[in-house]
Design a protein around this ligand. Structure first.
Ligand code: FHN
Length: 450
């Protein structure tokens, strides 16, 4: 009898130890794919897309409104003071008959993106899925019956992209207790608590149960609302809930920008913010193609594909990712300006992606206008990628020992690049003029190191 109890205890200890080891390993490796991925698509899409940056003869930015000075079309309700009743009625107009999940995700894939993040709920409070706890959702639109998020999830599986949700957990301009912009009357803590328990927690559960996401992208940016409402207790409650229901799911630092704590998986920089050095955790820049995130038909600040490629490579050199936004039109089409850029970026990636995916930071300081990435190669050495973001002189001295380099060539064509040794024993590349002067955009020279 005693022997049997002992054996049972041993078995229980073994099972406990085994499952603990599995959990530890999952925690340690949860973000591995994210670190490799480097490049993702962000999508801001909702009722605001219908207004496309303009309302009632006014277009953002418009300083005749006290808070009108912003290009952010997804903020139009607040910044151009659209009456609630008018804005809320947009649910009856949201009818993206040209939406095609396969086309969106295929474009992301062809652009070289490895994950896809969409605004399940932005600050306006509208849910892009049929939510059981709110009627302010897709189920109240003429497009009801369509499962936009489900179709996108399926397309991501088909094309091998990870799939996740942006969710505005602090601001919600529809729910009475959700945080409102800083210029609006303050919400009471008791009202926020109700919103938190009756909308945020149940909707996060719905998103997990229905779509099993690979990541959440929460949104705070260090303002007074966050300081007041996103307490460490609430942050930890949300993290614990996600860990329990979906242990593989990543959580970003902007769950509490002011105090993310140690449990988040990756940091999200502020909008279009590019840190100067590598970070202690995996990280990412959320970035726009225009000024606005949501579709804004009069925002012509389109970045060029070359600029965006430079941001991508620059982030990769510091161990970070680039989450590039598209603001689809209300009919479900991507703006042509965005499509063109995605295809150009994809073309560059097809030729140079090796210098981006799965690479790491290089500790050696790079000359101005150049960044380095690296990864181990099959021969026990490493590949070092010299990425030229700005024009260089044709004789390019690099801070690497000449004797450590086996060979050297232009990544996109395989063309050998002649090398010399300078007095200090370092390598000097002899670049063709068109390469040094970036006639063909960002150039990458690959050094095969011993
Ligand atoms: O207010 C939002 C904004 O609309 C957009 O969603 C960005 C994305 O990073 N986040 C907030 C501002 O930082």
């Amino acid at each position: 009898m005693i022997k049997k109890a002992g054996l049972l205890l041993l078995a229980l200890l073994f099972i406990f130890h085994f499952s603990q080891a599995q959990t530890d390993s999952l925690t340690r490796h949860r973000a591995d794919w994210f670190k490799e991925a480097k490049f993702g698509m962000f999508v801001h899409w909702g009722l605001y897309s219908i207004l496309a940056g303009s309302y009632n003869g006014h277009t953002l930015p418009d300083s005749s409104f006290p808070q009108g000075k912003s290009w952010y079309a997804e903020w139009i309700e607040q910044r151009l003071e659209v009456p609630d009743s008018v804005y809320h009625r947009l649910v009856h107009q949201f009818n993206p008959v040209k939406f095609n999940a396969d086309r969106w995700v295929r474009l992301a894939k062809e652009a070289g993106m490895k994950y896809f993040v969409i605004t399940a709920k932005h600050h306006d409070g509208f849910a892009l899925w049929d939510s059981k706890v709110s009627d302010y959702d897709i189920g109240s639109t003429p497009y009801k019956g369509h499962d936009i998020l489900g179709e996108l999830k399926k397309a991501c599986e088909k094309y091998g992209l990870k799939f996740g949700f942006y969710y505005s957990h602090c601001e919600d301009w529809y729910a009475p207790g959700g945080a409102k912009p800083h210029w609006k009357p303050r919400i009471k803590e008791s009202a926020f608590a109700k919103y938190w328990n009756r909308k945020v927690i149940p909707q996060i559960k719905e998103l997990i149960y229905r779509y099993d996401p690979d990541l959440f992208w929460f949104d705070t940016w260090g303002d007074a609302q966050e300081a007041e409402f996103i307490t460490d207790k609430r942050r930890d409650q949300l993290i614990a809930l996600i860990r329990r229901l979906d242990p593989k799911c990543l959580i970003n630092g902007r769950i509490s920008y002011l105090n993310p704590g140690s449990q988040v998986d990756y940091l999200s920089m502020l909008d279009n913010a590019y840190p100067g050095e590598k970070k202690h955790k995996p990280w990412q820049t959320p970035a726009t193609m225009q000024h606005s995130w949501g579709w804004h038909s009069k925002d012509y600040h389109w970045k060029t594909a070359q600029q965006m490629i430079s941001f991508l490579v620059n982030n990769a050199s510091k161990g970070g990712n680039y989450l590039l936004n598209v603001g689809p039109k209300p009919n479900g089409m991507f703006p042509k300006m965005a499509v063109r850029r995605l295809m150009e970026i994809g073309g560059w990636i097809a030729a140079n992606g090796e210098a981006v995916y799965g690479t790491h930071h290089v500790d050696t300081k790079a000359p101005k206008g150049i960044v380095f990435t690296q990864k181990p190669n099959k021969n026990g050495g490493k590949n070092l990628y010299v990425c030229l973001l700005k024009e260089q002189s044709q004789m390019l001295a690099l801070p690497f020992r000449y004797n450590n380099i086996k060979d050297c060539y232009l990544l996109q064509s395989g063309m050998p690049i002649p090398m010399e040794k300078n007095a200090a024993g370092n390598v000097v590349l002899n670049l063709p003029e068109k390469v040094a002067h970036l006639y063909d955009g960002v150039q990458v020279v690959k050094l095969n190191m011993k």
